[in-house]
Write a protein that binds this ligand. Structure first.
Ligand SMILES: NC(=O)C1=CN([C@@H]2O[C@H](COP(=O)(O)OP(=O)(O)OC[C@H]3O[C@@H](n4cnc5c(N)ncnc54)[C@H](OP(=O)(O)O)[C@@H]3O)[C@@H](O)[C@H]2O)C=CC1
Ligand SMILES: CC(=O)N[C@@H](CCC(=O)OP(=O)(O)O)C(=O)O
Length: 305
């Protein structure tokens, strides 16, 4: 019998994109909650307990509530929210974290998917700390720009309407107190001893994202930009969803457009720079590899077990 999948939050931004990816598949049986019932706890509870797999596309508190409502039912979870990402009882849903991690996701009952920015940041940092090229006690700085769908229905409405709280800016920084919610997971899965400094921003485009980690070569234990690039190539060798651009390709780019991978579930990595300084850049769709696409990638591993 095909496994039953319920997307709790299916009428939201991330949930809708997951449904788009799952609708029409014959290997799964999609359960659905009517729009009018989406906040009804009894209806959600029944669906969460009936499902073999529940994908949570909800605010953090509601995600915790969903897990509690399914207690004892054996439901396996993929949570897109921040609620469980640093919880040691949950497997982090980034298959490319290290060799063998996909198998851990496949076997897990509880999978916490990374945030969109942290997907990019961890993808850049982890292979280098793991290989000993970036010291774990390094003081790391991260910059990110996201499409505005990253802020869900609330930010989409502010960017697209003329209402009282409309945002007119073509580009803005936020979380300027440097305490963004993705910092703890980036520190933990980036294997960093110190919390990285992270400054996010939003541009007036719906989907797409760039995450940058600029580094002085003097701060690294790598001999050259080529050595850093080689470590990343080796880490992502054979990966279906992460591509490390050749140095010549990166050097030939006159500019990098944050929307270039919008609508895809893949991520590109660039190692820009020269002998003394490098800028590691991840390009992805915040709703693709950064959210909905990543949830489906985790589900595809889990349904096989
Ligand atoms: N957007 C993105 O790029 C990313 C989002 N995420 C995470 O995914 C989760 C969902 O985000 P996103 O889809 O953007 O958010 P949205 O606001 O677009 O959608 C959330 C959905 O959950 C519903 N909801 C809210 N509270 C409850 C509740 N208590 N019970 C039942 N349903 C509820 C909302 O209902 P209503 O329709 O009434 O608003 C809405 O349909 C969040 O935790 C977010 O942080 C993760 C990675 C990237
Ligand atoms: C542009 C924007 O607002 N982005 C969201 C993060 C999107 C994301 O990755 O969400 P979760 O970590 O909540 O799952 C933010 O900064 O809060």
């Amino acid at each position: 019998m095909a496994p039953k999948i319920f997307v709790d939050g299916e009428h939201g931004t991330t949930g809708l994109q997951i449904l788009e990816r799952l609708t029409g598949r014959s290997d799964i049986d999609l359960l659905s909650i009517p729009h009018a019932d989406r906040h009804d706890k009894d209806v959600r509870k029944a669906l969460l307990r009936e499902a073999d797999f529940a994908i949570l596309c909800l605010p953090d508190d509601a995600a915790r509530e969903s897990v509690a409502m399914a207690e004892g039912a054996g439901t396996r979870f993929i949570d897109a929210s921040t609620a469980h990402r640093t919880n040691p009882n949950w497997v982090f849903g980034f298959k490319e974290l290290e060799p063998g991690h996909g198998e851990k996701i496949a076997q897990a009952q509880y999978v916490a998917n990374p945030g969109c920015y942290s997907t990019g940041a961890i993808a850049l940092i982890r292979p280098l700390t793991q290989a000993g090229l970036l010291p774990k006690d390094a003081l790391v700085t991260i910059f990110g720009v996201s499409g505005y769908t990253g802020g869900g229905k609330g930010l989409i409405a502010q960017m697209e309407s003329n209402g009282e709280d409309a945002i007119d800016a073509p580009y803005f920084l936020y979380a300027t107190r440097l305490a963004h919610k993705h910092v703890p997971e980036t520190q933990k899965y980036g294997l960093l001893e110190h919390a990285p400094l992270f400054q996010p921003s939003v541009g007036r485009f719906p989907q797409g994202m760039l995450v940058q980690v600029p580094l002085h070569m003097a701060a690294l234990k790598a001999s050259s930009r080529e050595a850093v690039h080689a470590a990343l190539v080796s880490h992502y060798n054979g990966s279906q969803h992460v591509r490390v651009a050749a140095l010549a390709e990166s050097d030939a780019l006159p500019r990098l457009d944050p929307t270039q991978l919008a609508g895809t579930d893949t991520m590109d990595i660039h190692v820009f720079g020269h002998d003394n300084q490098i800028n590691l850049v991840a390009s992805l769709d915040n709703l693709g590899k950064g959210a909905s696409g990543a949830c489906v990638q985790a589900l595809d591993l889990m349904v096989q077990v």
